[in-house]
Design a protein around this ligand. Structure first.
Ligand code: ADP
Ligand code: MN
Length: 177
């Protein structure tokens, strides 16, 4: 097959530790850009793209191959904001920008406690943020010049991040073939 279709709109991945504001930021960005917001967690639940439930981590065991197959066509069209707390299993070619949201530990602790996280689930996520696991994963999985870390402690941070990313989307140009 001749592969000459370059997407006319970019795809953005919004990643980060749970609670850093991925879904809030992605929803606001989708509204200001009219891009599609794809929450991988919701997609996995709706389309059963998992291999059961992990009792220890209290989440679905995501089937990464099924998720990637499900999204291939829509990603090729461009104009997607993908929201997930992982980034190493998506094809590198899917994304033009990879945003890693970061939150101060004590702020994140309060957010996750409010969400009902306790015990190992809470401490694992705080450690994930302290050790910048998602930023490292993003840098290992994508070209460093498309990865950007953005602070997400306050509502003002979200507003600023959405403005910055919307400006970036508006100025984006497809690579000439
Ligand atoms: P994620 O999708 O990364 O798990 P959410 O967007 O669901 O995070 O946000 C988790 C909670 O924290 C929500 O109640 C949200 O309103 C709040 N929140 C997220 N980011 C911020 C922020 N930058 N400032 C204030 N509250 C935030
Ligand atoms: Mn979320």
């Amino acid at each position: 097959m001749v592969q000459d279709s370059k997407r006319m709109r970019p795809n953005i991945l919004v990643t980060g530790t749970p609670g850093t504001g991925k879904t809030t930021t992605s929803a606001a960005l989708a509204e200001s850009t009219q891009f599609r917001h794809i929450s991988i967690g919701d997609l996995v639940r709706e389309k059963n793209l998992h291999d059961g439930w992990d009792d220890e981590l209290e989440c679905h065991i995501i089937n990464e191959d099924l998720v990637c197959d499900e999204l291939e066509d829509v990603m090729e069209q461009g104009g997607n904001i993908v929201d997930y707390h992982g980034c190493d299993f998506f094809p590198e070619r899917w994304f033009d920008r990879v945003v890693v949201l970061q939150t101060d530990n004590s702020v994140l602790y309060d957010r996750l406690s409010k969400r009902g996280y306790t015990g190992a689930k809470l401490t694992n996520n705080i450690e994930c943020e302290i050790f910048q696991v998602l930023l490292e994963e993003a840098k290992e999985s994508y070209p460093e010049n498309i990865v950007v870390a953005l602070k997400s402690d306050t509502i003002e941070d979200i507003t600023r991040n959405v403005t910055t990313l919307t400006d970036w989307v508006r100025s984006w140009q497809p690579t000439p073939q």
